[in-house]
Design a binder for this molecule. Structure first.
Ligand code: ADP
Ligand code: MG
Length: 597
């Protein structure tokens, strides 16, 4: 008997579901994209238990006749393409005709749909891929798809669902991305019957970007537009001072489809032309409109990856658009400097520490290091940087008189590296990495001793967040209070920062808190236990607090820095693992000069 056989339809749908339906968020994405393709003006998304118990998407789009509805749940049934050539010029979100049957094969699925011209709606109920009932129903024109108990009949898949919050986070990510890519469409997002987000119909991209990215960015978003032949690039991008630790808040859309493509991210970076620090990412949205036949969206069943047939001109257009937006914003010098570039004041003199003490907080009694906040790994010229030169308290004078370290400091080069001699070696020290190590160890010791100090803010800072970020922050408030932050919910998705650990300069608090939230969102994965998250927070706080590159240090400051570095448990590396110093001994030098071989 032949061993090869055609798989039963339900099984092949379930196999397809393995690719299309990875988690509840993928169901939401497919259903909402169908609503967009159906020309909906407004879409409602309802989620219960992180999508594991209910996902319901309703729209006011075209709806389907009964015949079409019955066809739609068949595999490879689509109204969106007809022939091979259509596959190379896709104008819709969907085209593979596999989402509905895949989803219906791994859930309890109900579809209710009615066209404008019909008096009665069709209701189709399916369980695990089997049609249970087809009936008439009363319903408004449009379509409602309800997916209950996802993966109920594929326990292995169900087991892989993460916590409710994690799944909800993924769903919120998708909803926000789709909302941003379709600003004219109204979206209502309910979680456990509560309306958590409402994007009104007919918004401009700018209005939608503010709604999605959080009100905090409102003064820091620049719009751009660039056209060349048949490609158009529009969007918003953030002032270089508003950055995140990941590219997750930098959205790209190709013909309204949310996509991810490293080349696009790189093109945006080129537009910033070195203004964004290493390891940081701007926030924003880039909408690319390109003829449908110049892009292949059929690269992966999830349709998130795309292939531009000729990416060069698109990348150039993005770079140009971003670059001119940033330059234009910089021309408007008053608003730019008010928003983003803290003024740079040289300390009047090294002997007038008082002027500096209003913001300085020592880590502990014995510690005479004061910690200006600096942006991590910054390579901007000092004139664009904030505080930074004020690195040591008055007691550095004593350090000069009694240098405790074995370093003989020769000077500083490139505003970034300290050149010193130790024993018979030449030592180069990266000032940012070294200071980061010192601060990190002090913070860690203080935290281990539970000696957290908080510093109340005279004026509490308000954080206006997006829904997703608000959820993350709410989940880490107690962890943050262990670190010395006092942050309270302030209604809706708003929070008040009342106190910060005793070392943070007010200006950068929001950015620091945002960074810690991002660490937490990665920490959603159970693989990062709480103590690791706390440690990652300490590293981030150290990074924010450490003196920057491109920043002149006085001799006494360098002496103190090296002295403190030597006292560290692990003086050779910054907490991220980069070396703090590199040394060349006599032998190395002789080899370099080929005195010896
Ligand atoms: P695809 O979107 O790739 O065509 P789907 O399985 O997602 O495949 O949907 C199958 C078909 O069902 C679509 O081509 C469309 O004709 C119809 N359909 C699905 N959802 C809706 C909706 N919300 N409104 C109107 N028609 C829909
Ligand atoms: Mg579809």
């Amino acid at each position: 008997m032949a061993k090869v056989r055609i798989l039963p339809e339900i099984l092949s749908n379930q196999i397809a579901a393995g690719e299309v339906v990875q988690r509840p968020a993928s169901v939401v994405k497919e259903l909402v994209e169908n609503s967009i393709d159906a020309g909906a003006a407004s879409i409602t998304i309802e989620i219960e238990k992180g999508g594991a118990s209910l996902i319901r998407v309703s729209d006011d789009g075209s709806g389907m006749s009964r015949d079409d509805a019955l066809l739609a749940i068949e595999r490879y049934a689509t109204s969106k393409i007809r022939q091979t050539s259509d596959l190379f010029a896709i104008s819709t979100m969907g085209f593979r005709g596999e989402a509905l049957p895949s989803i219906a094969s791994v859930s309890k699925f109900t579809l209710v749909t009615r066209t404008q011209h019909s008096n009665v709606a069709t209701k189709i109920e399916i369980a695990g891929g089997k049609i249970r009932n087809v009936s008439d129903a009363g319903a408004p024109a449009g379509t409602m798809v309800e997916v209950r108990h996802l993966f109920y009949n594929t326990p292995a898949r169900r087991k892989f669902l993460k916590s409710e919050n994690t799944e909800l986070g993924h769903i919120a990510d998708i909803v926000l991305a789709i909302a941003l890519g379709n600003p004219e469409i109204g979206l209502r997002f309910f979680v456990n019957t509560r309306l958590v987000k409402h994007f009104p119909c007919g918004q401009s991209l700018f209005q939608r970007a503010v709604a999605v990215l959080g009100k905090d960015v409102i003064n820091n978003l620049y719009e751009f537009e660039s056209l060349a032949q048949d490609i158009s690039v529009t969007g918003v991008c953030s002032n270089p001072s508003v950055t995140r630790t990941s590219s997750g808040r930098l959205y790209f859309f190709v013909n309204n489809r949310v996509v991810y493509d490293r080349g696009l991210v790189a093109a945006v970076f080129r537009g910033y032309d070195g203004r964004v620090m290493k390891g940081r990412f701007p926030v924003g949205a880039v909408m690319i409109e390109i003829p449908f036949d110049r892009v292949d969206v059929n690269v992966h069943p999830c349709k998130r990856e795309i292939k531009l047939f000729d990416p060069g001109p698109v990348y150039q257009l993005i770079t140009r658009a971003v670059s001119s937006a940033i330059l234009k914003a910089q021309e408007n010098i008053t608003s730019y400097s008010r928003i983003s570039v803290p003024e740079f004041h040289e300390p009047e003199s090294q002997d007038s520490p008082k002027a500096r003490f209003n913001w300085e907080v020592s880590l502990d009694e014995s510690c005479d290091v004061v910690l200006p906040v600096c942006e991590p790994c910054d390579s901007r010229p000092a004139s664009q940087q904030g505080h930074g030169s004020r690195y040591f308290s008055a007691s550095h004078k004593e350090s000069v008189q009694e240098p405790g370290s074995g370093f003989n400091i020769l000077g500083q080069i490139m505003g970034t590296y300290i050149v010193a001699e130790k024993d018979t070696s030449l030592v180069l020290v990266d000032q940012h990495a070294a200071h980061e190590r010192i601060v990190y160890e002090k913070l860690k010791k203080r935290h281990e001793k539970a000696g957290v100090q908080s510093q109340s803010l005279l004026v509490p800072e308000t954080l206006e967040l997006g829904h997703r970020d608000a959820d993350i922050l709410a989940g880490i408030l107690s962890g943050l209070s262990e670190l010395g932050f006092k942050i309270e919910p302030f209604g809706g998705t708003c929070f008040l920062i009342r106190a910060v650990p005793g070392l943070v300069e007010t200006k950068n608090i929001k950015e620091l808190v945002t960074d810690l939230m991002e660490l937490a969102s990665e920490a959603c994965a159970p693989s990062l236990p709480k103590h690791k998250w706390l440690d990652a927070c300490l590293i981030s706080m150290a990074c924010h607090s450490a003196v920057r590159a491109n920043h002149k240090l006085h001799h006494a400051e360098m002496v103190k820095l090296l002295e403190d570095l030597e006292k560290c448990d692990n003086p050779m590396h910054c907490p991220h693992g980069r070396p703090t110093m590199i040394s060349f001994d006599k032998n190395d030098m002789e080899k370099l000069f080929k005195r010896v071989v």
